[in-house]
Design a binder for this molecule. Structure first.
Ligand code: ZN
Length: 532
């Protein structure tokens, strides 16, 4: 039996389905590139049949992928499999992933199918997929609540039909490590042709057992584990790939397997996800939470100084957290700046380096010390806009507790200046209304949050907005020591994305209600400690 564990990442499919995590095409591509750098073996890029946007995203990821496998999920239906094939066929290594539920509950109430019918359909669809693509994965949905004898029959038959990977998911997060061990061992012992396929685990975290179950599956013989970055996914999410990786690396005495994931890329990957979605991991989240390597207690600090191993089972450096001795400031040169950005996970090409260095110098004039968090906010909010994009020239706001707020905003577009005045219940609202009047592209504000980047009085405000034209959503980020300016910059970033996408945004459609911007949204979101 091979001792390599295949890491199957479903951040862009199972993870992306979770509320708040939906991404547009550009964001999915960016995330896919990060995952490739992290070293996962398979990326499940989406569910191609779900929408034209999903299809385009899977296709774009497949078209641009390197040597790793790109999979697309498909129900056991010809049209789904066709869509998955069309979307992934340009990948160097495409995979069609198809599934059918096998538990009595799902068969009886959801599929209204007999066991025999389900078995027949599974065989037929695996054969159909194999005619299109040599790499086919079959999942027995709700495997952990499936009758074991029936499971063994299905597994044997779909392997005969050509499935190369058999996934036994704990779809509802109900299993314990003991159940998982029994299930995998039974399949390995009873299915005669099981050596022709790789067994895979896909464990949900409803009882908080995702990682424990995945490790139990490996011990019992699974050689592929499915998971996501930060453990995002349906309901309570999936096994977190960073936790699985560090468990195997830290406890290699018990789990003597190899994995291709480069743990030093973990922090950057998690950071990319939270920067795209604006959802930060809980501070005490294992491996990637902001407290995961913080030692506050005096006894611990004393121990750590004497010997790091007293209280540290793995080093922050091993997951890619960088130690930095020098604070950057006014007198730092471009070389030091570029080097630091690279250490933080943002290698810059020349043009970008020049532009960002200018922005960095401008920031130095407004702020005495520049921390790593300031630099990350700078790079994550900075975009290079062309002359067809809207940029900020100047603004004035008038606001107080006894008056209606007014904002006068001047924007630049193709070298020309445009100015509008708008009123609102607060200065941010007034400024955003003025932007909307100028660009003549109506939009609703779907999400707005303001965070202080660092703790000091001269801290920058980082504003994140999500706007919608009613069909798609667009994100924007802006930082400034002035929160109104940060609000305008973030809105302009989102507006430029909206206009540039030209109705081709390809994100998931928005069903939720649009939010009205009110002044009370400016409080309660600030969480200074929840970073880095
Ligand atoms: Zn799942």
């Amino acid at each position: 039996m091979q001792d390599q564990i295949i890491i199957f990442d479903t951040t862009l499919r199972d993870g992306e389905q979770a509320p708040g995590y939906s991404m547009n095409l550009e964001e999915k591509l960016k995330m896919a590139k990060r995952l490739e750098k992290l070293g996962v073996n398979v990326i499940e890029a989406g569910f191609a049949i779900a929408s034209p946007g999903d299809f385009e995203a899977v296709k774009a990821i497949a078209d641009n992928a390197g040597d790793l496998i790109i999979a697309s999920l498909s129900r056991a239906l010809e049209k789904d499999i066709d869509a998955s094939y069309q979307a992934t066929k340009n990948a160097k290594r495409p995979r069609i992933h198809t599934f059918l539920a096998t538990s009595d509950l799902h068969l009886q109430y959801k599929l209204k199918m007999s066991k025999e019918e389900a078995l027949e359909r599974s065989i037929k669809m695996v054969k159909y997929a194999r005619n299109l693509c040599p790499d086919v994965e079959f999942s027995l949905e709700d495997a952990t609540r499936t009758d074991l004898d029936y499971m063994c029959r299905v597994v044997e038959e779909v392997i005969k039909a050509g499935a190369k990977t058999i996934n036994l998911p704990d779809t509802v997060g109900y299993a314990t490590p003991i159940d998982i061990e029994t299930m995998f061992k039974t399949v390995l012992n009873k299915v005669p042709n099981v050596d022709k396929a790789i067994l895979s685990a896909h464990c949900h975290n409803d009882l908080g057992l995702g990682l424990a179950n995945s490790l139990a599956a490996i011990k019992a013989g699974a050689r592929q584990v499915e998971g996501t970055i930060c453990g995002i996914g349906e309901r309570a999410g999936n096994t977190a790939i960073e936790e699985l990786t560090m468990s195997i690396k830290t406890r290699n005495d018990i789990y003597p397997y190899t994995i291709d994931v480069n743990s030093k890329e973990i922090y950057k990957t998690a950071r990319a996800l939270s920067s795209i979605t604006n959802i930060k991991p809980f501070p005490s989240k294992a491996i990637i939470g902001s407290n995961a390597f913080a030692h506050e207690s005096g006894i611990h600090q004393h121990g750590i100084m004497a010997n790091a191993k007293t209280y540290e089972i793995m080093t922050p450096e091993s997951v890619g957290l960088v130690k930095t001795e020098f604070i950057l400031g006014k007198h730092s040169g471009q070389h030091a700046f570029v080097k630091r950005m690279e250490d933080l996970g943002y290698p810059l090409v020349k043009e970008e380096a020049n532009r960002l260095f200018k922005e960095f110098k401008a920031l130095c004039d407004r702020k005495k010390t520049i921390s790593n968090r300031d630099l990350l906010a700078l790079v994550e909010s900075s975009e290079s806009w062309g002359e067809n994009d809207w940029t900020l020239d100047k603004f004035v706001v008038n606001s107080g507790n006894m008056m209606t707020s007014t904002a006068c905003v001047t924007l630049l577009h193709k070298g020309k200046k445009y100015e509008e005045v708008a009123v609102g219940s607060g200065p941010v609202y007034a400024a955003i209304r003025a932007v909307e009047k100028i660009v003549k592209h109506p939009f609703g504000l779907y999400d707005y949050s303001l965070n202080a980047v660092t703790e000091h009085r001269d801290a920058q405000g980082e504003v994140f907005v999500k706007i919608t034209d009613g069909e798609e959503f667009y994100r924007g980020r802006g930082v400034s020591t002035d929160v109104i300016e940060a609000s305008i910059l973030s809105t302009l970033a989102a507006v430029n994305h909206m206009i540039n996408s030209n109705g081709l945004a390809l994100g998931s459609s928005i069903n939720a209600q649009q939010m009205d911007l009110s002044d009370d949204m400016l409080v309660g979101h600030s969480d200074k400690k929840n970073e880095g």
